[in-house]
Design a protein around this ligand. Structure first.
Ligand SMILES: [Zn+2]
Length: 212
């Protein structure tokens, strides 16, 4: 059963917090500081991209207009935004925009957290690492991301994307709905946009559009 969740997290100095205040690292795999440092950076870059995506969502959302005019405006802004339409689908109903707005807010709340637990799992000790490729979370209680040994070999941008994906789980997107990787995410946005705004992979790809 693929209940296992891909990803992890890290943050630096975005809100004036130093990395050592941000993370609680449980280093079961016994990595050195040098090995862990790049993951912290990947987390930070993922968070920055998420903040950019959230800001863009707010630009779509904010208006003084009321009622139908308000939603017409939000919808036309959304549909003019290639990043949003590619990954979350063309907006045809208000619900899509409302769900995405709420989700991006919650993801930022989860990722930009004072205490983030990162567990570095050793291969033989973690059942979950045998089945999932990179990382997993238990979306309950504290924000905690478990990184498997394989995670260390991902490129930095993949690590950032994986962190954002896990943060999706940590902010209430519990299920993948069989949407994994780029091609499935694009197809879901086209064919089932409501499904796209309910799965972490779609949000992870959207956020990566703002990755610098
Ligand atoms: Zn997942």
């Amino acid at each position: 059963m693929r209940v296992i969740i891909l990803t992890f997290l890290f943050v630096f100095n975005l809100t004036g917090l130093e990395a050592q205040d941000r993370f609680r690292i449980k280093n079961k795999a016994g990595y050195s500081e040098e090995e862990i440092a790049p993951l912290k950076e990947a987390y930070e870059l993922g968070l920055r991209a998420l903040m950019e995506a959230h800001k863009e969502m707010d630009d779509i959302w904010e208006t003084n207009k009321k009622g139908k005019e308000k939603w017409d405006l939000r919808m036309s802004r959304w549909n003019d935004n290639l990043n949003f339409t590619t990954w979350l689908g063309v907006a045809k109903e208000a619900r899509q925009i409302r769900l995405a707005h709420r989700r991006l807010y919650k993801m930022q709340q989860a990722m930009d957290r004072k205490k983030v637990y990162i567990f570095f799992q050793s291969p033989d000790k973690s059942f979950n690492c045998k089945w999932s490729k990179h990382a997993w979370t238990v979306p309950k209680g504290r924000v905690a991301i478990h990184c498997c040994p394989q995670f260390m070999y991902l490129t930095k941008d993949h690590q950032s994307k994986a962190f954002v994906h896990e943060i999706g789980h940590e902010s209430g997107l519990f299920f993948h709905q069989k949407v994994y990787w780029r091609r499935a995410a694009i197809r879901t946005a086209k064919e089932r946009p409501i499904k796209a705004v309910k799965n972490p992979e779609s949000f992870a790809y959207l956020v990566m559009e703002y990755y610098r």
